[in-house]
Write a protein that binds this ligand. Structure first.
Ligand code: FAD
Ligand code: AMP
Length: 474
């Protein structure tokens, strides 16, 4: 039986990064991964690379270019009267990007001498895992032992009884990344991150999109000021977002789906050609045998882990979507790095208060730290600086004037408590704020930092000046 210092179960952004960091630190490491792609080939990368972050961003980029050419190019003097969309080519492009990146991870495993065990892992004991070869239920299983085990088994889409996924007319996020043509009418259940991103892709390509959201509030975790502005902008783009609309049933004939939902005015119906169910994700512990060896789960099925990602078994850690905290790839990866370093006897560190969030709509929404409503509820004493993108020279030059930067800092110490950005490239702009918060920075620190002109980053600078009511351009 093979024996390793570390066995990682799951090769997504949590697991593969943990495995690479373990190997860098001289630990003899294996990673068990069972994912098979559409061609039935074993692949690394998990949800993020195969059916999550990367393919969704590939389609968001393609559809953004299409929408730009159709609606904005003329403002730049570019005439493109007969633009059309080749969905097949767009999906092929996405597939190629995914393939290049997943093969890249396999290459990194080779380089770092990580053994990739292609199969499904199941706990036999706290130190022993059985591996069933991927896609081969009748194939012979084998066991490996490890001093340390890292669970990185991720998450899977949640389903709801009123909308059963049939992968024909009713799909989950994975199906929505592989439509072969543009649905004329598209329904989306859930106005969360995934629902808004995928709804945006197909809306830009011409679908009439209706998004049904049970909650009355739009994007509850987002700062109210930005969420309200984003709602207006997305509606203007054509997304028919219906809040306070709880889906209670669906009926399919062989061509279309009738969705029944309830709102303040009672029972409503809407008919669509395709329906995306985007109601959230749940931790994936299926067939893991974690219960059987006594690993504690919480009431929602997440593996219980302390702030160091240690489970109740001393040598077993858990990271990423399968444990508490935001379901974000970079959170999974950073937990992977921290756990690897702890196993190697170092002081792995992760600051849960400085994790950036991004929603890749257009404009993008990105934030770090606390929202104004959270701070208000805490009774915190804070100052706010706002700067509209419309006052940024670079945003004007780009023709991207929607949105704003909002910075919140402590009234007494000026320490930055939260930064919220709605605007072009917000996903990139937020890094400066994350870095400042990581160093316990103040709005004055950003205000004293020289920002290149003309850049969108100047909007972050101006927001920091606005905290002290000394913004130059607004
Ligand atoms: P996963 O990526 O889910 O990987 C878990 C892996 O474990 C899988 O490959 C699975 O096959 C394997 N596995 C599970 N059980 C076993 C077992 N018993 N044996 C062997 N292997 C096993 N996050 C962002 O930060 N930014 C984004 O832009 C973003 N966009 C997204 C878009 C979509 C459409 C979706 C669905 C998700 C998106 N996410 C995004 C979320 C992100 O994908 C997850 O947070 C991230 O993948 C979690 O990483 P993980 O390693 O914990 O789990
Ligand atoms: P997220 O958890 O961010 O992926 O978002 C999922 C969204 O789906 C949440 O905002 C839920 O309120 C919403 N949701 C869940 N069930 C339903 C339902 N039956 N009808 C409408 N919206 C729903």
């Amino acid at each position: 039986m093979k024996n390793f210092d570390v066995v990682v179960i799951g090769g997504g952004p949590g697991g593969y990064v943990a495995a690479i960091r373990c190997a860098q630190l001289g630990l003899n490491t294996a990673c068990i991964e069972s994912w098979l792609n559409d061609e039935n080939e074993p692949v690394l990368g998990g949800t993020c690379l195969n059916v999550g972050c990367i393919p969704s961003k590939a389609l968001l980029d393609s559809s953004h270019h299409y929408s730009f050419i159709k609606h904005e190019a003329k403002n730049h003097g570019i005439n493109a009267p007969s633009v059309s969309m080749d969905v097949h080519r767009m999906i092929e492009r996405k597939k190629n990007i995914v393939q290049t990146l997943t093969q890249g991870i396999a290459g990194l495993f080779k380089k770092n001498k990580i053994e990739w065990l292609k199969g499904h892992g199941r706990f036999v004991s706290a130190y022993q895992i059985e591996v069933q070869p991927a896609g081969d239920e009748s194939g012979e299983s084998y066991q490996v032992t490890a001093k340390h085990i890292i669970i990185a088994t991720g998450s899977v889409p949640m389903s709801i009884p009123p909308a059963q996924v049939d992968n024909e007319l009713v799909v989950d996020s994975t199906g929505a990344l592989a439509f072969t043509d543009v649905p004329r009418r598209l329904g989306v259940i859930g106005a969360g991150v995934i629902g808004l991103e995928l709804g945006s892709v197909w809306n830009r390509l011409g679908s009439e999109v209706v998004i049904l959201e049970a909650m009355d509030e739009f994007l509850a975790p987002v700062d109210r000021q930005l969420a309200n502005e984003a709602e207006k902008l997305l509606k203007k783009q054509g997304l028919d977002i219906r809040l306070g609309s709880k889906v209670t049933g669906t009926g399919c004939n062989n061509r279309e789906v009738t969705i029944t939902y309830e709102n303040d005015e009672g029972k409503q119906q809407v008919v669509v050609d395709k329906l995306i169910v985007a109601v959230g994700r749940k931790p994936n512990t299926q067939g893991l045998g974690a219960n059987e060896v006594g690993i504690t789960m919480d009431e929602r099925g997440f593996i219980q882990a302390d702030e160091h990602c240690r489970t109740n078994l001393e040598n077993v850690f858990a990271i990423g979507d399968v444990v508490r905290g935001p379901m974000l790839a970079h959170k999974a990866s950073e937990e992977g790095v921290a756990v690897a370093e702890r196993i190697a006897g170092k002081a792995g560190h992760l600051n849960y208060d400085a994790i950036p969030w991004v929603i890749y709509t257009w404009p993008e929404i990105a934030w770090v730290g606390k929202t104004e409503h959270e701070l208000k509820a805490e009774g915190a004493d804070y100052r706010v600086g706002n700067f509209p993108m419309a006052a940024s020279g670079r945003a004007r030059a780009m023709g991207e004037t929607d949105g704003m930067v909002k910075m919140i800092s402590d009234s007494k110490t000026d320490r930055i408590l939260g930064v919220h950005i709605l605007g072009p490239n917000a996903s990139e702009l937020i890094s400066e704020a994350v870095l400042a918060m990581e160093f316990d920075g103040s709005s004055e620190d950003i205000a004293r930092t020289i920002h290149a002109h003309p850049t969108l980053a100047e909007a972050v600078h101006e927001a920091s000046l606005a905290v002290d009511k000394r913004s130059i351009h607004f």
